[in-house]
Design a protein around this ligand. Structure first.
Ligand SMILES: Cc1cc2nc3c(=O)[nH]c(=O)nc-3n(C[C@H](O)[C@H](O)[C@H](O)COP(=O)(O)OP(=O)(O)OC[C@H]3O[C@@H](n4cnc5c(N)ncnc54)[C@H](O)[C@@H]3O)c2cc1C
Length: 389
């Protein structure tokens, strides 16, 4: 069977290898000169490609994800990675290649594609039509196939190639696209937070829309001149609209900060507030907070009235950051939204157009940081590639 895969990213490469191993005549059409360009950026250049804890709680979509992310399919991913020679390095359940470089995942996939003599065409697909066969128009020619796998990626990090065309083409072919939003992306504020830029600190963050609680995460945050980033913040970014409040606890390890400061003040004599707290709160952050609530840097705890003491504790444990949006698709590691899962079979085949398969970020599946999004790409690639009817 003639199979064309549009997009040689994570899911497309796996689909191509799986399909070719079953004896098909496989072509990948990839607009970049390199296959798997985005893969090289993943996991800060180390590629966190899988996770021991594949609980569905780590995926956001309420509906239908278990049809794809389940033990049978996870097993196929492990067998696949073993078959291309990847040895994992597992840290806190997160899988990286033992080499600790994303290049080895990308290169192992490329080498297998070369070994299997899969045809790779470096052209940009601009249109698709379905007659008896699929007719694929690129910037340089026209291709035909019996089975088409669409692996163009979503619309996050467009500089790696995934610019959203997949959704336009699928919509034209009759698919419903759940609205796309950036996910796993830093958050922006309209407050002047330039002075906290560069601080990394452990936090608990609670996202609100008005008075409505939306989501809570904990971990290390990176404070930036535009707002806030870090895995815990990115994990709740898919819920952000234009006007949210992020309530930040900068001292999550202390249950009652007021009592804690009182105790330290009794024990450690003649200390300023900064000296009392700098072993648990970054001193630059303490300067930032004190300035914001108009307390001098050299103030002592005893010199504050009750109201100022409460204000200090509140700013450190209940800091309300006005969020005006995310850094957008350009900086999103993934997206929320995509092709409605009701419109594809358990093998990722379109229910609207037989022999059309949809993989990876094009599907309405997104997970938190930790290898969950790549796992979706691997599974959907394998399922689309192995369905050989
Ligand atoms: C900075 C960053 C870090 C990340 N880190 C991780 C991580 O550690 N763990 C994790 O699980 N996930 C991570 N992700 C998410 C993960 O990379 C994606 O979920 C995954 O790559 C999606 O796979 P895909 O096959 O759907 O799309 P992609 O990998 O984006 O591949 C799509 C391919 O299609 C090609 N294409 C697009 N349009 C056309 C066209 N018109 N013609 C021809 N070709 C086309 C593109 O050039 C691209 O090569 C990260 C993402 C980013 C941006």
């Amino acid at each position: 069977m003639d199979v064309i895969i549009i997009g040689g990213g994570a899911s497309g490469m796996v689909a191509a290898i799986t399909s070719k191993r079953l004896g098909n005549n496989v072509t990948i059409i990839e607009k970049n000169n390199t296959l798997g360009k985005k893969l090289l950026l993943t996991g800060n250049g180390r590629c966190n490609y899988f996770n021991d804890n594949m609980s569905l709680d780590n995926y956001y979509n309420e509906h239908g994800v278990s049809r794809f992310i389940n033990n049978d399919n996870l097993n196929k991913v492990n067998i696949f990675f073993d078959s291309i020679g990847i040895i994992p390095r597992i840290k806190d359940g997160l899988y990286y290649p033992y080499s600790n470089t994303a290049t080895s995942i990308q290169n192992s996939l490329v080498k297998e594609i070369e070994h299997l003599k899969i045809n790779v065409v470096n052209e940009e697909v601009v249109d698709i039509n379905k007659k008896d066969k699929f007719i694929i128009k690129t910037n340089n020619g026209i291709y035909e196939c019996d089975k088409l796998i669409m692996s163009l990626g979503g619309s996050s990090y467009p500089k790696t190639g995934s610019d959203g065309l997949g959704f336009i083409l699928l919509n034209k072919l009759g698919h419903n696209i759940i609205p796309i939003k950036p996910a796993l992306v830093p958050l922006k504020t309209d407050e002047n937070v330039k002075d906290w830029a560069g601080i990394r600190t452990n936090v608990k963050v609670d996202l609100y829309l008005g008075n409505k609680f939306i989501n809570s995460q904990s971990g290390e945050a990176q404070l930036t001149d535009y707002g806030i980033s870090g895995i815990c913040v990115m994990n709740l970014s898919r819920f952000v609209d234009k006007n949210n409040t992020l309530v930040i606890n900068f001292v999550p390890i202390i249950d009652d900060l007021y009592d804690f400061i009182e105790g330290r003040n009794n024990k450690l004599k003649d200390r300023t507030i900064i000296e009392l707290l700098e072993t648990i709160v970054n001193y630059k952050l303490l300067y930032f907070i004190l300035k914001k609530i108009h307390i001098n840097n050299d103030a002592t705890w005893d010199s504050l009235n009750k109201e100022d003491k409460n204000k200090l504790v509140d700013s450190l444990t209940n800091y309300k950051l006005n969020i005006v949006g995310t850094k957008g698709l350009e900086f999103g590691e993934t997206i929320s939204g995509g092709v409605d899962l009701d419109e594809v079979t358990d093998k990722c085949e379109s229910k609207k157009i037989p022999n059309l398969y949809i993989t990876g970020e094009l599907l309405n599946i997104d997970g938190i940081c930790g290898g969950y999004n790549l796992t979706n790409a691997w599974i959907s690639g394998i399922l689309a590639g192995e369905d050989n009817d």
